[in-house]
Design a protein around this ligand. Structure first.
Ligand code: COA
Length: 258
């Protein structure tokens, strides 16, 4: 299986599983990854996702270079005309539950684009990052649209146009990473963050993320107006009553996501 997908308690684990190819994205792996994100989005029993790479060398070394040129570049598109973006997390699938990239090694090309599509990035001190596409004469598109929003245009252009790898410390310094941790601590740190997120009211988390993300493309007044509408919806939930009640009763809230 080029992708492993498991759920334990409130956490979904997505593992890119082609360690012999440094978890490079095959077409089959792409399809399984997209299916996993759709399932995570739709399953109310899981609240946070962690995506990582199998083995201890790579998160993902990017698109499968050996598959390139073997079939038309747009073979994955089922229709000539209909928009094909939005079916993957990278290209804009809307998932308002939080996601964490646990980056355990090489994080290159589309692997870096996937990490940029997650809300949090925690990396092993052994990880390295880059967009090597230009070295192959290939343009980076989705990563080029995402990277400047995370690391600023100057840092993004350094990665995108030079195409050399940077280490985890440099990635942290440019704002790409939330945390750099010892290699053997990576999954424990990612899980601790996931569990911390699961202690918060899940509907409040999702509404807040949606406003933060959508407001990037909206005038301020429209963003606040939309957000206030979402607040009314969240305030109708059991969780919005449970949080203040637990505070008054000096106990830990038990959120249910409804
Ligand atoms: N696509 C397909 N296979 C890949 C791959 C990719 N993107 N990246 C690595 N692999 C394969 C290698 O071909 C090799 O398999 P092989 O032994 O059967 O030939 C295996 O993974 C291990 O990689 P290797 O190159 O031997 O490891 P390394 O430590 O010497 O180098 C990298 C690691 C990541 C620097 C190097 O593999 C690399 O540059 N990969 C391509 C990265 C890239 O250009 N990605 C963007 C594509 S748009």
């Amino acid at each position: 299986m080029p992708l492993l997908y498991e759920k334990r308690e409130r956490i979904a684990y997505i593992t890119l599983n082609r360690p012999e190819a440094l978890n490079a994205f095959s077409a089959e792996q792409h399809e399984q990854l997209n299916a996993a994100w759709h399932d995570f989005r739709d399953d109310d029993s899981v609240w946070v996702a962690i995506v990582t790479g199998a083995g201890d060398r790579a998160f993902s070394a990017g698109a499968d270079v050996k598959e390139m040129g073997q079939r038309p570049a747009d073979a994955r598109r089922r229709s000539f005309w209909e928009t094909w973006f939005g079916n993957s997390l990278q290209t804009g699938l809307e998932v308002w539950k939080p996601s964490i990239a646990a980056i355990n090694g090489y994080c290159l090309g589309e692997g870096l684009t996937l990490a940029l599509s997650c809300d949090f990035r925690i990396a092993s001190e052994r990880a390295s990052f880059g967009f090597p596409e230009v070295n192959l004469g290939i343009a980076t598109i989705v990563g080029a649209a995402r990277a400047p929003k995370v690391v600023g245009l100057g840092n993004a252009l350094e990665l995108l146009l030079i195409g050399e790898r940077i280490d985890a410390q440099r990635a942290y310094d440019m704002g790409l990473l939330m945390r750099v941790v010892p290699h053997e601590r990576l999954m424990a740190e990612a899980e601790a963050l996931a569990q911390r997120l699961c202690r918060n009211g899940p509907l409040a988390v999702r509404a807040t993320k949606e406003v933060a993300v959508r407001s990037q493309q909206l005038p301020f007044g429209d963003a606040v107006r939309m957000g206030e509408s979402l607040r009314r919806i969240v305030n109708q939930s059991e969780d919005a009553r449970e949080g203040p009640a637990a505070f008054r009763e000096k106990r830990t809230p038990e959120f249910k996501g409804r």
